[in-house]
Design a protein around this ligand. Structure first.
Ligand SMILES: *Cc1c(COP(=O)(O)O)cnc(C)c1O
Length: 370
């Protein structure tokens, strides 16, 4: 049995006609930039999150970049980020000319260690970017409290966590700006690159909209230097078909996580460490990441058995070549380094069948027990 890491066909097939109709609607309108599809999606995102401002953008990476630009972060400024995340989180900080100040993960969840983040604050700190990694919220309350006391902005990197709750609140509605991605492998995926940002503050939202289109308002009058960070109408139309399905898909992912826990318990595989769910954080399982001995050999075994897996992420930021000038050494962040060495993402997409999940666990059992 083949078990891919992600099966987008399984999601596409039942929605095929509705998606083709949406794409046809955009083609027939010949309106590709802005317009009713983008505005419609933005309104529906606000309704879904119960939040006043959602601004469609070209990608999740551009969402982080636009957030930093909107907060006027640049040379001389420090921005605290976890060392263990997707590259964009720290890459965008460098792109605006600021310095990423990296911190280790908390034991258990892979998310930023809040106490370490607060300890890393200096007079130069302008923002903290917690990442809600793999679909589980970072521990926001202490971070937001510490940041508010010092006038520091919290930018949530919620690229992997749309629909995830922290103490009952959707992530992306807790800090000053929330950054989301519609990359096809995220829980709500476009047919290409896309993303959005959220904000509570009307003037900040207005600035983010200006940044999205070269700081231009009205046409050819520029208030600030922005970029082309626009979301395509075609992507917005596709996302409007999928958004109403998102909550059900998240439930499916959570149900699959429950089933994995049952299957692993039955298999008696004590050496496999399952994802830790922190209290008061609704994990929406963009990834189901286990921790295992002999990870690379297990991965090769699963690959040969046609079970798709991935390593998120093999190299934390502080050990990346492009950040060598930040001066961090191996051993600086032992929790993240350990996770980079033993974490393995298993298939968790909502359409995964019982039989496929059993096959995954059986193959892992075969690897360790023969
Ligand atoms: C996917 C992702 C991004 C970037 O989103 P893109 O749409 O791929 O640019 C940023 N941060 C995290 C944590 C991500 O997982």
């Amino acid at each position: 049995m083949t078990v891919p890491l992600l099966d987008l066909h399984a999601q596409y097939t039942p929605l095929r006609q509705a998606l083709l109709d949406a794409v046809t609607r955009v083609c027939d309108s010949q309106r590709f930039i802005g317009g009713p599809e983008v505005e419609g999606l933005e309104g529906e995102l606000c309704d879904t999150l119960g939040y006043p401002h959602a601004i469609g953008l070209s990608s999740g990476t551009d969402a982080v970049l636009a957030a930093l630009m909107a907060l006027d972060i640049g040379p001389g400024d420090e921005v605290i980020t976890p060392t263990y995340s997707f590259f964009a989180t720290a890459g965008c900080v460098v792109r605006v000319g600021a310095r990423p100040v990296l911190v280790d993960s908390e034991p258990g969840t892979f998310n930023i260690n809040t106490a370490a983040a607060i300890a890393a604050i200096t007079p130069r700190t302008k923002a903290i970017i917690p990442v809600h990694l793999f679909g589980q919220a970072a521990d926001m309350a202490p971070l937001v409290e510490a940041a508010n006391q010092r006038g520091i902005a919290v930018i949530e990197d919620a690229a992997q966590a749309i629909g995830c709750l922290y103490q009952g609140k959707p992530v992306g509605t807790i800090g000053a700006i929330g950054c989301f991605s519609f990359f096809p492998s995220k829980n709500l995926g476009a047919f290409g690159d896309a993303g959005f940002v959220t904000a509570n503050d009307a003037s900040l939202a207005k600035k983010l909209r200006l940044i999205r289109t070269h700081g231009m308002e009205p046409k050819y009058h520029h208030h600030l230097v922005g970029a082309n960070f626009r979301l395509d109408a075609m992507q917005a139309a596709v996302l409007r078909v999928k958004l109403p399905k998102l909550a059900g898909w998240s439930d499916g992912r959570r149900a699959n996580a429950v089933r994995y826990r049952k299957l692993f318990a039955e298999a008696g595989l004590g050496e496999v460490v399952l994802p830790v769910e922190a209290p008061d954080r609704t994990h929406i399982y963009n990834q189901f990441v286990i921790r295992v001995p002999e990870r690379d050999r297990l991965r090769a075994h699963l690959d040969a058995a046609r079970v798709g897996t991935e390593v998120y992420y093999p190299v934390p930021f502080h050990l990346q070549d492009c950040f060598a000038d930040l001066g961090y050494k191996k051993g600086a962040f032992p929790i993240a380094e350990a996770a980079a060495g033993d974490s393995l993402a298993l298939p968790i997409y909502p359409e995964l069948t019982d039989a496929q999940q059993s096959a995954v666990v059986n193959e892992i059992r075969t690897f360790y027990r023969g």
